[in-house]
Design a protein around this ligand. Sequence first.
Ligand code: CA
Length: 223
Amino acid sequence: MRILVIEDEKDLAGIIKKGLEEEGYVVDTANDGEEGLYMAENFPADVIVLDIMLSVMDGLTMLTKMRKKGIDTPVILLTARDALIDKIKGLDTGADDYLTKPFVFGELLARVRSLIRRKSEVKQAVIRVGDLEINTASHAVKRGAKAITLSAREYMLLEYLAYKKDNVVSRTDIVEHIYNEDSEMDSNVVDVYINYLRNKIDKGFDKKLIHTVRGAGYMLKEE
Ligand code: CA
């Protein structure tokens, strides 16, 4: 999943980026509202973390313009403590949630997951596909009674397929939501990671859950 962080306090932006990346998210950052708007338009994110107090263009103005352009990416606003009016204005402007600074990082993560679920057809924190269980909070994965160890990238790929279970996910979709621009964009990389996942998820089980849809992409589905 791809997250856009728009925050002009460099230290805080860095901490948020690093923390999200440790969870396996792909993170883009922007330093002001104008750059943020450009990023939101050109690099579609799954969730946007938007500070209200920004230079060049403030967060609420940016949010208003973004919604006017029809960009419906879920937004978490970062507000100053006790700025109740900002929270009210923010929600009325089209934000989906807010978090008061300073916040505990675990709360940001929980709110990000909650917004990802809101946009997905999957509404549970633990996603089940057949006997496969993916805990999106702890990242624990098991199939039947067998615990499965995945690398951060393998996990994110599986989670992405799981949020879109029973739907075909194209290679382009996967590249856009799981990979950074600076990493290998080659769609062969997707095939390589799908193979890694198959070895861990499907190998040794009669029912295969990861399906190749010829000419379209991949699908996680119990058949
Ligand atoms: Ca700020």
